[in-house]
Design a protein around this ligand. Structure first.
Ligand SMILES: NC(=O)c1ccc[n+]([C@@H]2O[C@H](COP(=O)([O-])OP(=O)(O)OC[C@H]3O[C@@H](n4cnc5c(N)ncnc54)[C@H](O)[C@@H]3O)[C@@H](O)[C@H]2O)c1
Length: 346
């Protein structure tokens, strides 16, 4: 096999043309963009021209093109049919988050890809951010002590827009929680391990479209750690700093703007090596934090490179279907909790 995976794209007109094609598929060492498809032929033609790819008119034509893998970036309610068509055409499938509308859809995608002998991956790309990987290393080395509490936030301003599919849960599966909270929950799972149960509120605080514009989730992890995730479509972009806070019995890691589409933000670790004992006066000495500032990693490049290499090396990718399914199960538990007012086990 050549050392480059030949890629096709479904839904070329959105995040694909903004980020994943130019920063990922075009630049990745082990990837080549071959053909693109979008239901909007005009947009598709423009994308094809810009990135020197073939514009195809149908999913079948894409499958028949000389490709090895497909990146699916269509609206969520199309992911299942697109993934099945590609798998049956023996193409590896790299699908945007969330994998499907429901847990059952995600499970079906996994089953069919397995049957057809192709890989299925999930584009939860924020795991690859260099600062997130550095934080994970600190945690794995035990420097944070026993994990206690985390907070992850991703919010933006998303006003009502005619025809916006995210604002219709029958197309998106959900609003701010499904779209952005999913990244936060996934990151916290990477840091803290498996979620045991959740309690969730969703609301339409500002906008009146059908999917939620505000959400808060409380999470209990299997290791006893706790966390909250807040993600809203109802806070101005500049007012949300997309905070990540990870606390343990020996310190904390505090970050601003590492969660998101960029390649870096600000992250500081406050680590206490010694057991200082209990201080009834709670005197806080000026403990200088350590700035966590590794060489930035473009997350779109990293996700495409990882999935391409996994195909070439015939191995499971890090961004595999299991993390997508896990995310989907937690999201389903969150929405059930919001509906019933009860805590739900994942
Ligand atoms: N990881 C990230 O950074 C990130 C960012 C944005 C979106 N996403 C995910 O990417 C996916 C797409 O989101 P988006 O923001 O790009 O949406 P978008 O609406 O901007 O773009 C989707 C594209 O798919 C096309 N499309 C619609 N129906 C189609 C169909 N049946 N067949 C083929 N093409 C079709 C549209 O014409 C459009 O060009 C979603 O799953 C979303 O959650 C991920």
């Amino acid at each position: 096999m050549e050392n480059k995976i030949k890629w096709g794209v479904i839904g070329s007109g959105g995040i694909a043309q903004r980020r994943t094609i130019p920063e990922g598929i075009v630049l990745a060492e082990h990837a080549n963009l071959v053909a693109v498809y979008d239901i909007n032929a005009e947009v598709n033609y423009t994308v094809a021209k810009k990135f020197n790819a073939k514009a195809v008119q149908s999913i079948q034509e894409l499958i028949d093109a000389d490709i090895d893998a497909v990146y699916i970036a269509s609206p969520v309610n199309r992911h299942l049919e697109h993934a099945i068509a590609c798998a049956k055409g023996k193409k590896h499938v790299f699908c945007e988050k969330p994998l499907g509308m429901t847990v059952e859809e995600a499970e079906k995608m996994i089953r069919i890809c397995k049957q057809e002998g192709v890989l299925l991956g999930t584009a939860l790309m924020m795991r690859f951010l260099a600062q997130h990987q550095a934080a994970l290393k600190i945690i794995q080395e035990g420097k944070l002590g026993k994990l206690v509490y985390g907070r992850a936030q991703l919010s933006c301003w998303y006003p009502p827009i005619e025809g916006a599919w995210r604002q219709d849960p029958t197309v998106s599966g959900g609003g701010s929680l499904m779209d952005m909270g999913s990244h936060c929950i996934d990151l916290l799972e990477m840091f803290f391990g498996k979620v045991k149960s959740v309690s969730c509120f969703i609301n339409n605080t500002v906008h009146s479209y059908k999917s939620e514009d505000s959400s808060v989730v409380s999470l209990l992890f299997e290791n006893g750690a706790l966390a909250t995730v807040d993600s809203c479509f109802s806070i101005p972009d500049n007012s949300s700093k997309n905070i990540l806070e990870l606390y343990g019995s020996k310190g904390s890691i505090l970050a601003k703007d590492t969660i998101g589409q960029g390649a870096a933000g600000e992250m500081i670790a406050y680590l206490e090596d010694d057991d200082t004992g209990y201080d009834a006066n709670q005197v806080r000495t000026a403990c200088e934090g350590v700035i966590i500032n590794p060489t930035p990693v473009n997350t779109y490049l990293a996700e495409i490179e990882e999935f391409s290499c996994a195909i070439l090396e015939k191995r499971e990718p890090l961004n595999n279907a299991a993390i997508g399914l896990e995310s989907q199960k937690i999201l389903a538990a969150c929405y059930l909790s919001a509906k019933t007012g009860k805590t739900v086990d994942v």
